[in-house]
Design a protein around this ligand. Structure first.
Ligand code: GUN
Length: 282
């Protein structure tokens, strides 16, 4: 029987730990505050932003939400980010992606001060991850490492196959698994014989962005499968990159969708906001 890795439960544990630290910081007179910026009214982004501000409330943090119209110019957005950068009442800044086409996402993510970049997207934080220095780590891959560790799944010496090479998930994921002494293979859209490689995985990280792409023919018996995808299928039900029903009986452990990786991203965002304060006050 496969172990179902309960991301909801583990994320709640992490948020409870955050709550304790937030209370201790408050006792020392320090509030933790996250600024969340959304441009336009993409419905999926609105749900994510709402969930992020709710999580702040849950752990006792302050949040400020900035909902800017779709027509906001890059200059106007840069001006807001700059104000937040130098606002002592703000510890973390998150600009929700994707941004409207007329705004260059790179310019915006690199304009956030690295010490407030709780998404871990700034080149200084990415560079710190590459060289093993202290910095903010992108929340989804950081959450996956927590899921594995708190489920007592050993990474050291394991063949970890990451399918997807995005800056937000695939690349930082590969680096984090490497840091944990995994043997890492990164696959992407130009990879030949994908199935032959994923069938060698002890730990498969599925971040290909295609609903139910990975069926049992891609998976080795007894593998651990982490599903990063989130899609709405035909009947309006949520599903991941993995065909859960076909794969479940073959694996040793698997994350469900919903309730696997998703809740971890927000828990790690809370963790990063606290880290931002701790780094500033020390
Ligand atoms: N859009 C989808 N995921 C994320 C994320 O982790 N951070 C931000 N800023 N935008 C996103």
């Amino acid at each position: 029987m496969a172990k179902i890795i309960d991301g909801k439960k583990i994320s709640t544990e992490i948020k409870e730990e955050c709550k304790t630290v937030v209370t201790q910081l408050k006792e020392k007179g320090k509030e933790v505050c996250l600024a969340v910026v959304q441009v336009g009214a993409d419905p999926a982004s609105s749900v994510y932003v709402r969930n992020k501000t709710r999580a702040c409330e849950y752990v006792g943090m302050l949040s400020r939400t900035y909902e800017l119209p779709e027509e906001t110019t890059q200059e106007e957005l840069l001006t807001l980010v700059n104000e937040l950068n130098y606002d002592d009442g703000v510890d973390g800044i998150l600009v929700q992606l994707p941004l409207p086409k007329h705004i260059n996402e790179d310019v915006i993510t690199q304009s956030i001060l690295p010490e407030k970049d709780v998404d871990g997207f700034h080149n200084q934080n990415v560079g710190a991850l590459v060289t093993g220095q202290e910095g903010f780590i992108s929340c989804t891959p950081a959450g996956i490492i927590e899921l594995l560790k708190r489920s007592n799944i050993e990474i050291e010496g394991k063949h970890c196959v990451v399918v997807g090479r995005s800056n937000i998930v695939g690349k930082p994921m590969a680096l984090l698994l490497l840091k944990e002494n995994g043997t890492v293979t990164i696959c992407h859209s130009k990879t030949k014989n994908l199935k032959e490689i994923t069938k060698q995985a002890d730990i498969l990280i599925a971040a290909i962005g295609k609903p139910k792409f990975f069926d049992d023919s891609y998976i080795r018996e007894g593998a651990v499968v982490i599903d990063v995808g989130i899609h709405r299928s035909g009947n309006n039900k949520l599903c991941g990159d993995v065909d859960f029903e076909k794969v479940e009986s073959k694996v040793s452990a698997i994350t469900p969708v919903p309730g696997g990786v998703g809740p971890m991203t927000i828990a790690m965002l809370m963790y990063n906001c606290i880290k931002a304060v701790q780094r500033r006050v020390q």
